[in-house]
Design a protein around this ligand. Structure first.
Ligand code: DOR
Ligand code: ZN
Length: 351
């Protein structure tokens, strides 16, 4: 048995409030534990979106009642909430700015609004940007001008990881995360995943892009799932929403890469525990660990998951490594497929 520290996922779409038929705080955090994550940071593109004190309270109330693992909730940046949310920064996981097309209504196009958020959000509080391609260059410029860190969500293109490499070499305060789906899938996989099911933002990219992420592993600070549950009925509809469930498959996929010599166990722990904890300023979770059977070989199934979305874009892939037990603050909270933590056992990581 292999023992890992409790994993941290800084990028999870919980869907509560507003779309609990896809996921809620109970099912998202059950999926987290099943995947070896003992802490998740929840994205703000819910319905309503989390953009002020009242909506933050709604999300945190639901989390307090239902969460099986520890958690924090992001604020979403809007055209007019920069001044009102900045004083509440210590209560949130961070600020999320959507600078490119996304699911929900939070996209911010006007750079005047970007400026207000970069100016007002406290420099020590995490600021995460969905910023692809040319927008990424703008986000890095804003961080440099405002002398504050920016964390880039789900980097997926070669040109992006190379720009982040150059920015870091220049001493600019930028960190980044990459998803398992951009490390293990490409646009070519859409053929077998299916047209609606393979919709995701950022889109699945080319083989050259995928390889560039692996070739620049040293530039990648975190692995983050961007767990974005939608039901299969929605994915197979005429208007499929973008996003993949990912909490329960990230660790097995990455452990398989360790077995194959594509990264080391130290690389994995740095990107799924140490770096996210540092970048997001998270407290330690004492007496917390994940027990993994490194030899268990299995095929990722389409269904049978803890996430309410209950499907996987990785179905059919062979993996090696399985979560057997998760211990959170001295208590066994997950064992052999069963979540043992009661709803509400998870604790807030902020405030
Ligand atoms: O594929 C995605 N799904 N990308 C996003 O940026 C949002 C997410 C969602 O919330 O479904
Ligand atoms: Zn996301």
């Amino acid at each position: 048995m292999l023992r890992l520290p409790g994993l941290i996922d800084p990028h999870v779409h919980v869907r509560e409030p507003g779309a609990t038929h896809k996921e809620d705080w109970g099912t998202a955090t059950a999926a987290a534990l099943a995947g070896g994550f003992t802490a998740i940071l929840a994205m703000p593109n819910t319905a309503p979106p989390i953009t002020d004190e009242a909506t933050l309270h709604i999300a945190l109330q639901a989390a307090a009642a239902k969460a099986h693992c520890d958690y924090a909730q992001y604020f979403g940046a809007t055209a007019n909430n920069a001044a009102s949310i900045a004083p509440l920064a210590s209560q949130a996981a961070g600020l999320k700015m959507y600078l490119n097309q996304t699911y929900g209504s939070l996209r911010l196009d006007d750079m005047t609004a970007w400026h207000e958020h970069f100016r007002r959000w406290p420099a020590h509080a995490p600021l995460v940007a969905h910023a692809e391609r040319h927008t990424l260059a703008a986000a890095i410029l804003f961080a440099a001008l405002h002398r504050r860190p920016v964390h880039i969500a789900h980097v997926s293109h070669r040109e992006e990881i190379l720009l982040i490499r150059a920015a870091k070499a220049h001493g600019l305060p930028v960190t980044c995360e990459v998803t398992p789906h951009h490390l293990f899938l490409t646009a070519a996989d859409a053929a077998h995943i299916g047209p609606g099911r393979s919709e995701v933002r950022p889109v699945l990219a080319s083989e050259a892009d995928r390889q560039a992420l692996w070739d620049n592993l040293d530039v990648i600070d975190c692995f983050a799932t961007d767990h974005a549950p939608h039901t299969l009925a929605e994915k197979d509809s005429d208007n499929p929403p973008p996003g993949f469930p990912g909490l329960e498959t990230a660790l097995p996929l990455l452990l398989t890469a360790v077995q194959q010599g594509r990264l080391s166990m130290e690389d994995l722990i740095a990107r799924m525990h140490t770096n996210p904890r540092r970048i997001f300023g998270l407290p330690s979770q004492p007496e917390t660990w994940v027990e993994v059977d490194p030899d268990a070989r299995w095929e990722i199934p389409l269904q049978g998951w803890h996430t309410r979305a209950n499907w996987s874009p990785f179905a059919g892939m062979q993996v090696q490594g399985q979560v057997r037990r998760v211990v959170l603050r001295g208590k066994v909270v997950y064992e052999d497929g069963k979540v043992l933590a009661s709803p509400g056992a998870g604790r807030p990581l902020r405030g």
